[in-house]
Design a protein around this ligand. Structure first.
Ligand code: GUN
Ligand code: ZN
Length: 428
């Protein structure tokens, strides 16, 4: 099997966070070529340097195309693939009308496998190489997702969604079964190949305090697992949480009290945060996941990227399929830009790309393996055509530098801009 390759083009590598300096582009470096050996990035430099490094390697010439780390989508619900873009409801109505009836079907392993594969086909076509997914309450849905990702060599995280109240009959587990099923899934999947388990209480309204405590205990027993949930997405949701947990200081406290706040915790949405919540999230190094197409689609609110970054929060970017309205991280970057504008913080193209790659990889605590092109990193890549449609091409032709050439693809691009996707050192 051929395992050495050289890719020539515009190879983008981050040397640091573009949010850390007044000149975001200064955090990046462009190389003419990169070398891949045994699934990992072996080097970056000129074509001649890479050929000296790997003399036997095939050279694939991508000319002026942009070669990036594969996109990392830090918060998705793969079981909502078939109900994406369902019209017109607020969060709780949307869950009850579309989401819960669809999630009911995932006790059927055949259906779960069909949707898991459809989801991974769609996201791969959009240049996404890693996702962190909620499954359903059925362990079969987790087996289906990990089985499909494993067969494709993908690095993913996922977990069984736990709910023991405020969900319909057929979609509720119990304190004990949530703990037992999650534990068995950790033992079956966590750390196998490129798969990681995320302990997954859906959100505090659908778990009793006892279930949250059991999952907190499970996390303490398996501290190398991730933990994912939702936090402060809609104002009426927050009121509901406060009525269900009258002792809690705020929404985050309903997790913190039960051992569900930590550095490997991922908190989706995190829009309407109180001062204490922001301090605690930052002190723990927990990850906030920005889901801009979902937040506008379900009408949740405008994430405070400028303020949260300035106070040093760890932030990832995500589609939130199917509350979000797209599988594409390009479309998601466009929405993040638009939301930033509405909050007075226009994001630079380098910041958007960083969020969709290294930012999300940092959120998932995988930044030593994925999310950047650098020696030793796993070779998950996307090759972007910066002139994929006539409208984009004519704008890019006017560009005076790379960032001006990239930006129209971030704003207007879709799966037509994705020329090639590499997973674990293989072109797929
Ligand atoms: N809060 C609890 N569950 C969900 C979900 O499935 N989607 C979104 N957007 N928010 C949630
Ligand atoms: Zn979600």
């Amino acid at each position: 099997m051929q395992c050495d390759f050289i890719l020539r083009g515009h190879v983008l590598s981050f040397q640091g966070s573009p949010f850390a300096s007044a000149q975001p582009e200064a955090a990046t470096r462009l190389y003419e070529a990169m070398a891949i050996s045994d699934g990992k990035v072996a080097g970056l430099g000129t074509l001649a340097e890479m050929q000296a490094l790997l003399p036997q390697a095939d050279v694939i010439d991508h000319d002026t195309k942009l070669i990036l780390a594969g996109f990392v989508d830090a918060h998705v619900h793969f079981p909502q693939t078939a109900i994406i873009a369902s019209w017109g409801k607020r969060l709780i109505d949307w869950l009850n009308s579309y989401t819960f009836p669809e999630e009911m079907r995932f006790g059927d392993p055949g259906y779960a496998a069909e949707i898991a594969n459809r989801y991974l086909d769609l996201t791969t076509a959009n240049g996404t190489t890693t996702t962190c997914s909620f499954c359903t309450i059925h362990p079969e849905s987790v087996d289906a997702f990990f089985t499909a990702a494993q067969a494709r060599g993908q690095r993913v995280a996922a977990g069984k969604t736990c709910m023991d109240r405020n969900a319909p009959e057929g979609l509720r587990d119990t304190v004990q079964s949530a703990y037992d099923d999650s534990k068995a899934l950790i033992e079956r999947w966590h750390g196998v190949d490129r798969l990681e388990y995320a302990i997954t209480p859906r959100f505090s309204p659908t778990s009793t305090p006892d279930q949250l405590a059991a999952l907190g205990a499970l996390w303490a027993e398996h501290p190398d697992c991730l933990m994912q949930t939702h936090l402060s997405e809609q104002v009426d949701e927050i009121e509901w949480v406060k009525s269900l947990f009258p002792q809690a200081r705020d929404y985050l406290d309903t997790y913190e009290e039960f051992g569900l706040l930590g550095a490997r915790g991922l908190y989706g949405h995190a829009i309407h945060l109180e001062e204490r919540e922001r301090h605690r999230l930052r002190d723990f190094g927990a990850a906030l996941i920005h889901c801009p197409t979902s937040n506008t689609f379900i009408g949740s609110g405008l994430f405070d990227m400028g303020g949260l970054m300035a106070e040093g929060q760890r932030i990832g970017l995500a589609t939130d399929t199917g509350g979000g309205s797209s599988f594409s991280m390009l479309r998601t970057m466009a929405a993040a830009y638009e939301v930033g504008q509405l909050r007075g913080r226009p994001l630079h193209a380098a910041e958007l790309i960083w969020l969709a790659t290294q930012g999300s990889a940092r959120a998932l605590r995988m930044e030593d393996k994925i999310g950047n092109i650098a020696p030793g990193m796993e070779a998950d890549l996307v090759v972007l055509d910066l002139a994929s449609t006539p409208a984009i091409a004519q704008r890019a032709a006017r560009a005076e530098d790379l960032w001006e050439a990239v930006f129209p693809t971030l704003m207007m691009g879709d799966d037509r801009a994705i020329t090639e996707v590499w997973i674990n050192g293989q072109c797929v």
